[in-house]
Ligand binder design. Structure first.
Ligand code: LLP
Length: 452
């Protein structure tokens, strides 16, 4: 039996040991079940089917405002740009534009969805280590996008030619690799020397790029960008990066007359996924970040640059709960009990890739006391398709609904059609109303690309 079995059963959602990973509007419905955004989750599952991703619009909007407030109250000129790779659909782009945030995109697809959702071009920032010439042309066409974060020499050259062709002077930032370790998963660490991203300061590439960027006639070099990795549960790596970047900017000013007008420290702000994790509050990141940046600037007598902050996970992660229906049960006495659900690694590959640990909530009886430790498995054909190893839960019955909170960031964005799975829908809930944001993929959708 789990350790928590001797504890009294929770009497409200706030008593759950993982209450802090639930979206803000999570509550108990009149029927005693989990509700989000004023909608009973079983009702949603019956209407839209499972697996289902429930998006708490009020939670998301509140987090957008929290980010803006945390940074805008501490720095004179800030843009908070949502990192669209965490999750994007046109309606989300519309909400983000409505909340006054910008958006960071990394592909022609994200660029198209952002534009179609009504994001003003000027608030779009284009990232990536191998942007295709066609994508860069698209970014500069029509109302050109706000900034291109140039990653390498090939891109500097290509973009200069494309901007010349388009007859524009494109504002850019250079992505610099400061060699600061953010102490996170190796697969999501970027700001170290051994990384495919950015111009390394250590090799002299960053200095050469500054010189070339300043000389390029059709590029307007505004400043520098770094992204250390993600998720970063400590504030110190940002502090370290600020010191390195201010030193580098000052040196480039002295040697080449470079002006540090804009600075983007990237994203990576952490999100708690389970009872053991606690992310620093956004205001704590902002406070430490701003105070150490001020110090770095003062140390080198640099003026204050405009800031671009790029959160993805911390903005959208908590706003979505994945909902599954329980099916098969397999007991291996003395070893393990598997309880399988109707989704898995096709909609959430994160446990398989990063060993991410989620919590499970019994949607139909959220306050039920935990009774056993099980492994919550997906339905796909490989042993690595596990959603939660060692989940401490009530005894789930077939047909019962299980929710996995903190499923908003990178689950659907990295989802696949493995086993010809059809990808789940996203339903936005707010004030008791449910609205389909992304419909469920159908077998016809799968066949549509398959040319017989
Ligand atoms: N800015 C840049 C340049 C980035 O590369 C990223 C994430 C972000 C901002 C946003 O980072 P966030 O605030 O979301 O942590 N698939 C992985 C995460 C990969 C992150 C890639 N870059 C995962 O599921 O954890």
């Amino acid at each position: 039996m789990p350790d928590s079995s001797h504890l009294p059963p929770p009497s409200s959602l706030a008593d759950l040991p993982f209450a802090h990973v639930l979206p803000h509007t999570a509550a108990i419905s009149a029927a005693g079940r989990l509700s989000i955004g004023g909608c009973d989750v079983r009702d949603l599952a019956e209407r839209f089917g499972t697996p289902l991703y429930v998006f708490d619009e009020a939670d998301f909007r509140a987090t957008c405002r929290e980010f803006r407030q945390a940074f805008e109250s501490r720095w004179p000129k800030v843009t908070v740009a949502y990192a669209a790779k965490a999750f994007l659909c046109r309606r989300l782009a519309r909400i983000i534009a409505d909340e006054g945030l910008g958006m960071d995109v990394v592909s022609g697809g994200e660029l198209a969805a952002a534009r179609a959702g009504g994001m003003p071009a000027a608030n779009l920032y284009f990232h990536g280590n191998n942007k295709l010439p066609a994508e860069l042309r698209e970014a500069l066409a029509g109302p050109g996008i706000g900034r291109v974060m140039v990653d390498n020499f090939y891109e500097l050259e290509t973009l200069e030619a494309i901007a010349a062709e388009a007859g524009v002077r494109q504002p850019i930032l250079l992505r610099v690799s400061p060699n600061v370790d953010p102490h996170t998963h190796a697969k999501t660490t970027t700001g170290v020397l051994d990384s495919k991203f950015g111009f390394a300061i250590a090799t002299g590439d960053a200095e050469r790029a500054v010189k070339l960027g300043m000389e390029a006639k059709h590029l307007d070099l505004r400043g520098l960008h770094v992204h250390l990795g993600s998720p970063i549960f400590e504030v110190e790596p940002y502090e370290e990066a600020n010191a390195v970047m201010c030193g580098f900017a000052a040196q480039m000013g002295d040697t080449h007359g470079f002006e540090f007008k804009e600075y983007s420290p990237g994203g990576g702000f952490a999100l708690a996924y389970n009872r053991e994790q606690h992310a620093p509050p956004i205001a704590a990141y902002a406070e430490r970040f701003v105070s150490t940046l001020r110090k770095g600037l003062e140390d080198h007598r640099l003026p204050e640059p405009a800031l671009h902050i790029e959160p993805g996970r911390a903005l959208v992660g908590r706003s979505m709960v994945a909902v599954y229906t329980v099916g098969a049960r397999k007991e291996i006495p003395g070893l393990r009990t598997f309880v399988s659900v109707d989704g898995g690694m096709a909609d959430n590959i994160r446990p398989a890739i990063y060993g991410s640990k989620y919590e499970a909530i019994a949607v139909d009886r959220p306050l039920a006391a935990p009774e056993e430790t099980i492994t919550l498995a997906g339905k796909y054909c490989e042993s690595g398709d596990i959603l939660i190893k060692d989940a401490v839960v009530p005894r789930f019955q077939p047909g019962e609904l299980v929710g996995l909170p903190a499923s908003g960031a990178y689950n659907l964005a990295m989802s696949s059609n493995y086993n010809m799975a059809t990808r789940p829908p996203v339903v936005a809930v707010r004030d008791g109303q449910a609205r389909l944001m992304v419909r469920r993929e159908t077998i016809d959708d799968l066949m549509a690309r398959d040319v017989l």
